[in-house]
Ligand binder design. Structure first.
Ligand code: FAD
Ligand code: SF4
Length: 657
């Protein structure tokens, strides 16, 4: 009996949507053309497939008292999601399990993700940086981590397609001048082999850059000519010229010729341009920022799950929401290869009736449920695809060290996207043999991350009063806020994290959710290699703040210009290194739990993200990244997903029905 579907995809986030779109488009262009039937099983609700319904998320965001990334997206006992408000430090022998994650420690894993149709791109920031050539060969160049089974040059055409055909990225090639790129020349780094789209190989992003903020320009002016000097363990001095670089972003701006801007789901007129009103995390009300609903919407409009009225053959896409995959069924024996024989999922209902369990079969299967959920699912399936014992291991993120200050002059904070520029100086260099690289993100939203501004600023002025001054109300309050808030700024020092086997996701029958699915049990720490970057980031911050003329240490509720960076002892995110305390947050960049590699004994998937053990299973997403570098991971993961989609389409071709 033939299977009902050619392909079943678990997860309606950007990874799953990208694979579905690529498979359909590639298969249609084959000879003879193929028109696959694809089922997407999505654990979360499909609330937002029209502009009106999306507004219910915007309303939830407005009403939320604390506006963390998941605040607009309703939690469900049947498809629970992590929330940064639940992060607690586990005590030795006592896991912190009051949230969705079971945190075993010694550090808590500090990031979250969304479980609603559209996935975590609903609340991502949208930074879209490519990885650097050396990031793909960390072992060969720096004797750290592992090498990828792919090079930057091999992935380059897929980066272009991720930027143009899936996400829609705004940026200017000339701004992308990083250490570690070819001959220091961004035009060479981006040079394209696609002569049809880019005559003479002169690559450009689909849309012009989002303008740098007034704050970016202010910092650029104040740090003009600054060279940060840092000393390594052998007393060698490393010099880092500071340059402020505009960051490519997944948000709409003026398109270049050949690119059609994608507006809001169900209302293309809305969201055609970023409006600069600053709430990208947790939600872009206009949908000027990319989210995976856009790709899914295009698919279900173009390839609905019904017979075509004109009678022509075409692909069909079915999205089944509130359907949580519980188990990957397979016939694999330990140490041997096998086959996936079906997926068992449970569909739950809003009316409280009992969930319905079903099993679906297909020719091929894709897990695209996010790095932590993919690993949890595989480990809970006897386990599946784990001859290498690498499933769930090498969990990575970008540990964030925050520093923040109050400038002497109005720099226009709280306007525009969360970040428009960064300082790429520390992304690559010989120092990466000793400590990790890091990227510096300049934050446009004042102190909202470290000090819950503007709310805590208002509280200070109204509640106790600014130190030594009267409590303020009405017009004087507004005037003082107008003086303070636009001078607030913060920097995120985003540290590269190396793959470590003991940083891992596991499952335990004691910990299950409302549907009976295993919750992720997480062990997490920072290696010596990462910790060695903390004093460097802190010292670089000190030199940067010096150039901004705000070296003096100050604390709220005083609002004099100065450096407000401080670390609260006992905070869940506390890290001590060489006697110094730091405060490290998660970046939401969940990576590494099913790493790709050519050696089946040391990796879970091959360079096409196909399971080494179960050849009819592809495991896609950031979990496949063997190392993380200093780029936010989604663009790279999308490029990989396009490559995987092509591979799957090529296989479907041989099975014409
Ligand atoms: C606050 C924040 C900011 C971020 N900013 C950036 C950024 O600026 N740049 C960047 O590159 N990255 C950023 N990221 C990371 C980025 O959002 C993720 O890398 C990306 O969304 C992952 O895509 P995915 O499709 O693999 O997974 P997801 O987007 O998480 O989608 C997975 C989908 O699978 C579904 N699912 C899960 N389990 C099951 C199951 N058992 N059965 C069925 N369905 C299931 C989920 O409901 C979800 O819809 C950010 C993340 C956070 C949290
Ligand atoms: S600044 Fe506003 S319009 Fe622009 S992407 Fe962010 S939320 Fe959307």
């Amino acid at each position: 009996m033939s299977n009902e579907y050619d392909l079943v995809i678990v997860g309606g986030g950007i990874a799953g949507a990208t694979v579905a779109k690529t498979v359909i488009e590639k298969a249609a262009g084959m000879n003879p053309p193929r028109h696959p039937r694809i089922l997407i099983l999505e654990a979360g609700r499909a609330t937002a497939m029209s502009a009106d319904k999306y507004d219910t998320y915007v309303d939830a965001y407005r009403e939320a008292l604390i506006k963390v990334p998941n605040s607009p997206y309703p939690a469900s006992g049947s498809a629970p999601q992590p929330n940064v408000l639940d992060i607690r430090r586990p005590e030795p022998g006592r896991p912190a399990d009051s949230g969705y994650f079971v945190q075993m420690g010694p550090m808590p894993f500090g990031s979250d993700y969304a479980r609603s149709l559209g996935g975590t791109t609903l609340h991502w920031l949208g930074t879209c940086l490519r990885m650097l050539p050396n990031d793909f060969k960390m072992k060969s160049v720096y004797k750290r981590g592992v090498d990828w089974p792919l090079t930057y040059d091999e992935l380059k055409p897929y980066y272009e397609r991720a930027e143009w055909d899936i996400i829609g990225v705004s940026g200017d090639v000339d701004d992308q001048c990083y250490p570690g790129i070819e001959k220091g020349d961004p035009r060479k780094f981006f040079k394209s082999a696609d002569k049809k789209r880019f005559p003479k190989g002169e690559y450009r992003f689909p849309m012009q850059r989002i303008p740098s903020s007034y704050l970016d320009d202010y910092i650029a002016k104040m740090t003009d000519g600054l060279v940060i000097k840092l000393t390594d363990g052998k007393k060698k001095k490393h010099e880092f010229p500071v340059m402020i670089s505009n960051t490519p972003a997944a948000r709409n701006s003026t398109p270049h010729e050949g690119y059609q801007v994608i507006g809001a789901v169900g209302n293309a007129d809305q969201g055609q341009r970023c409006e600069g009103n600053s709430s990208c995390i947790p939600i872009c009300p206009a949908q000027a920022k990319y989210n995976a609903l856009k790709t899914l919407y295009e698919l279900i409009i173009k390839y609905p799950d019904k017979d075509s009225e004109a009678g022509e053959a075409r692909a069909r896409v079915t999205v089944r929401s509130q359907s949580v995959v519980m188990r990957v069924n397979h016939d694999q024996k330990k140490g041997k290869k096998g086959k996936v024989t079906g997926l068992t999922y449970k569909t739950y209902h809003e009316d409280g009736s009992a969930p319905v369990e079903r099993t679906v079969t297909a020719d091929m299967y894709v897990l695209a449920a996010n790095a932590i959920e993919n690993a949890t699912l595989l480990l809970a399936s006897k386990p599946a695809a784990n001859n290498s014992d690498q499933v769930g291991r090498n969990l990575m993120d970008h540990p964030l060290l925050l520093t923040w200050g109050l400038l002497k002059e109005n720099a226009g904070a709280f306007r525009g996207p969360g970040s428009t520029s960064g300082i790429p100086a520390f992304r690559d260099g010989s120092f990466r043999a000793e400590r990790t690289g890091f990227r510096v993100e300049i934050g446009n939203w004042g102190w909202n991350f470290p000090e819950n501004a503007p709310y805590d600023t208002v509280h200070d002025l109204v509640g106790g009063g600014e130190a030594g001054k009267a409590q303020l109300y009405g017009k004087p309050l507004r005037k003082r806020l107008g003086e303070i808030l636009p001078r607030q700024f913060r920097i995120a020092w985003e540290l590269e994290q190396d793959p470590v086997e003991t940083n891992r996701v596991t499952v335990n029958d004691r910990y299950k959710d409302g549907l009976g699915k295993h919750r992720p049990v997480i062990e997490y720490d920072l290696s010596e290699y990462v910790r060695a970057s903390l004093p460097w980031a802190a010292e670089a911050s000190r030199q940067l703040f010096g150039a901004l003329q705000i070296s003096k240490k100050v604390r709220r509720p005083t609002y004099a210009p100065g450096d407000y960076t401080h670390y609260e002892p006992g905070d869940a995110a506390e890290v001590t290194y060489n006697g110094q305390t730091y405060w490290v947050r998660g970046a939401g960049h969940v990576v590494g739990t099913h790493r790709m590699g050519s050696d089946a004994t040391a990796s879970v998937v091959d360079s096409h993200q196909r399971s080494h053990d179960l050849p009819n299973l592809y495991i896609v997403g950031c979990g496949s990244l063997p190392t993380l570098g200093t780029s936010n991971p989604t663009l790279t993961m999308t490029a990989l997903a396009i490559r995987t989609g092509e591979q799957i389409a090529a296989e479907l071709k041989g099975k014409s029905k």
